[in-house]
Design a protein around this ligand. Structure first.
Ligand code: PGA
Length: 256
């Protein structure tokens, strides 16, 4: 059975000090994590060490990074490697977020390379896919997302498929306050699961988690998470407040 994964993508928010404050706030709200929900926070790189220390006191919340390079080391100014993330106890890494695709030249090719590198070095990639508003208006959204999923996972070994998490994030819903409707999310998630089934197998696809991201908040989390193919959330804005993040975790627990 798939467990809900409630993931916070902090983006470029929270240096080490604010990271301590936020995680202590989350810890206070949640003495122990609900048994059937996995939590995850993805602070900026500079705060990962602090977060790793704080998370020792919070059961059930894993640590993830927001980006990683696909080479082991070398002359890549500003980048971090999988080994560095392993060293600070990261379990997950976000790959191919639309903001990285839009502002930092991430392509389907680099996403594929990063997914493979992450899996090779024991990091679970959270692979982000999603269409623009224009693509949805032109009715190209299903095809666009299908292609992104296929390109990211084309060289993933079937044995490692269950370590991959997909996050469907329609670009028009990110940070806008306008989330996809539950039906729009379910339609896309079902299509993604069918693609995963074609790439790996039906059994593997059944084990893989597909998160929804894009203005998920406490007020709309229940209807989104209640969809059969929505296995959690990748949450930006609402993950920066201990109250709203833990509220979404509790909603997921109630639905488990
Ligand atoms: P949002 O961000 O929840 O603020 O819309 C989600 C994301 O970009 O991961």
């Amino acid at each position: 059975m798939r467990r809900f994964l409630i993931a916070g993508n902090w983006k470029m928010n929270c240096g080490p000090k604010d990271t301590s404050t936020l995680l202590q706030g989350i810890g206070n709200k949640m003495e122990t994590m609900p048994e059937d929900v996995d939590g995850l926070v993805c602070p900026p790189t500079i705060s990962l060490t602090t977060a790793s220390v704080e998370l020792q006191d919070i059961e059930g919340i894993a640590l993830g990074a927001q980006n990683v390079h696909y080479e082991d080391n070398g002359s890549y100014t500003g980048e971090v490697s999988t080994q560095m993330l392993n060293e600070v106890n990261c379990e997950y890494v976000i790959v191919g977020h639309s903001e990285r695709r839009q502002y930092f030249g991430e392509t389907d090719k680099t996403v594929e390379a990063k997914v493979n590198k992450a899996l090779q070095d024991d990091l679970k990639p959270v692979v982000c896919v999603g269409e623009s508003l224009e693509q949805r208006k032109d009715n190209e959204h299903m095809l666009r997302v299908r292609k992104q999923v296929e390109a990211a996972l084309v060289s993933v070994d079937k044995d490692q498929a269950e370590d991959v998490v997909i996050a469907y994030e329609p670009i028009w819903a990110i940070g806008t306050g306008e989330s996809a409707t539950p039906d729009q999310a379910q339609e896309m998630h079902k299509m993604i699961r069918d693609v995963l089934s074609d790439l790996f197998s039906e059994d593997k696809a059944d084990e893989m988690r597909i998160l929804y991201g894009g203005s998920m908040k406490p007020h709309n989390a229940e209807e989104l998470l209640a969809q059969p193919d929505v296995d959690g959330g990748l949450i930006g804005g609402a993950s920066l407040k201990a109250d709203s993040f833990t509220e979404i975790i509790e909603i997921a627990d109630e639905l488990s």
